[in-house]
Design a protein around this ligand. Structure first.
Ligand code: HEM
Length: 414
């Protein structure tokens, strides 16, 4: 009788044991720190349950699985009159007038055709990326095994998109794509690929790239990246981290209060049919696109670089405007989320010539609260920058600038 009773409890004991194991796994995983770039062990998981509908955003009990969606990214029309020598970088000016700076996700829908923006700085970006790939290798570029299918899908998507959008630069071939300006030929079907898929993708576009993969707990993890021109952060510090840890470790202002919940929900719900965009901006106190050496060497230990090392009050000619245009897309087959980061970089003295820009930028910078100001290093450059912008704004007013007409001339993010 006693034996029969304990036998009857087995299912309950097994349930308790599996709940214990699942909780243990969850906490271990969320504490996983990124290992050094050369010996990465990003968690490997085999799916055990399936989502109910293709492309749905529900999370399975223990593991998340993306059932391939039939969605096909529409073929874009050629970029109007695009030229490798004459198409200028787009003038994103994503700052707003004060008095208050709002911390929001700042997402907007992206037109499919506008996924990747290339311009007459392509060859310079391409050459800088190639040099960084040689010098820094997998400190900047890496694909974890979990993200490999998504990285291959990214190559396939780009090999469809780029020749259609920029036919004078790229030509589709039976095995991949040719770059008509550099003479490079890329084979995306041979195995093994000649190089890491993220490295290959990085050579095709001006953007930096990241792939986020959903983990067992519904969190998204950075499992592949080619981040060669990020200026202020390093892949080696963030690889393998969840979205939360990426942002918390960077002390992103207002993250817990204003961003965390919405961002996580957004990732769970993001659909291939609805890609999104956001823009940001920073001031940099040197003209180095790949890495801002003013905040310390890129080879410093973690925590030993930052605004605190940057020289104060550098001359205006050394101040640069850095703005990222980021896109987010769910890949339909693998379910990975591709995050592109296109950096636009120009001297302050150049952008301040544009109507309305000095006045609006100065107002925007004044509206940062203390946390935002600390994050963006305002005390390093505000004196020089705000004085200069004030003078340039006054000059524009004296030449007849009509402030009330600004809304007609430009609207966010321009
Ligand atoms: C809905 C999507 C996202 C939102 C709303 C968001 C928001 C933010 C914000 C507000 C910042 C501060 C700088 C800025 O104003 O941009 C930031 C920084 C950052 N974000 Fe995100 N982010 C998103 C997705 C991602 C993804 C997918 C990655 C993956 C690589 C990422 C990596 C970073 C990094 C590395 C930083 C710099 C952190 C540091 O300073 O150490 N973000 N993000």
């Amino acid at each position: 009788m006693e034996f029969a009773l304990s036998f009857a409890y087995w299912p309950y004991l097994l349930t308790v044991a599996s709940v214990f194991l699942a909780v243990h796994h969850y906490f271990n995983r969320s504490k996983t720190l990124p290992p050094p770039a050369l010996a990465i062990s990003v968690p490997q998981e085999k799916p055990t349950q399936f989502r109910k509908t293709p492309g749905s955003a529900s999370i399975a009990n223990t593991q998340s699985v993306w059932l391939p969606s039939a969605f096909k990214f529409p073929k874009p029309p050629p970029y109007p009159d695009w030229s490798l020598t004459d198409t200028k970088p787009l003038a994103y000016r994503p700052f707003r007038y004060g008095p208050k700076y709002f911390i929001t996700m700042g997402l907007r829908r992206m037109d499919f055709s506008e996924w990747i923006e290339l311009d007459n700085e392509f060859l310079s970006f391409h050459q800088q990326k190639a040099a960084r790939i040689l010098e820094r290798g997998d400190k900047c570029c890496y694909t974890a095994p979990d993200a490999y299918p998504a990285a291959i899908e990214l190559l396939e998507e780009l090999a469809e998109y780029l020749p259609a959008r920029y036919p004078s630069l790229f030509k589709r071939t039976a095995v991949g794509m040719d770059n008509l300006a550099t003479g490079e030929s890329f084979n995306i079907v041979q195995r093994p690929l000649v190089e890491d898929p993220m490295v290959m993708a990085a050579r095709w576009i001006q953007d930096d790239l990241a792939i986020m993969v959903e983990g067992a707990n519904g969190q998204y993890y950075l499992e592949a990246g080619a981040t060669l021109l990020t200026g202020f952060w390093r892949l080696q510090d963030k690889l393998g981290m969840s979205l939360d840890d990426i942002h918390l470790s960077g002390d992103v202002p207002g993250f817990r209060q204003k961003l965390q919940k919405g961002m996580n929900n957004f990732f769970l719900r993001l659909q291939p049919e609805a890609p999104m965009l956001r823009n940001n901006y920073f001031i940099q106190v040197d003209g180095e696109l790949p890495w801002s050496t003013s905040i310390g060497s890129e080879d410093s230990k973690e925590g030993e670089f930052g605004w605190f090392t940057a020289e104060k009050d550098k001359p205006i000619e050394q101040l640069y405007f850095r703005s990222e245009r980021q896109s987010l897309r769910r890949l339909p087959k693998s379910g990975g989320v591709v995050f592109t980061i296109r950096t636009y970089f120009a001297p302050i003295v150049e952008i301040a010539k544009e109507p309305h820009v000095p006045g609006r930028l100065a107002s925007g910078i004044r509206s940062w609260d203390d946390d935002v100001a600390k994050y963006k290093g305002r005390d390093r450059y505000e004196k020089v920058l705000l004085e200069y912008l004030g003078r340039e704004h006054q000059k524009q007013l004296d030449s007849g600038l009509q402030l009330e007409k600004e809304d007609e001339a430009r609207s966010y993010p321009w």
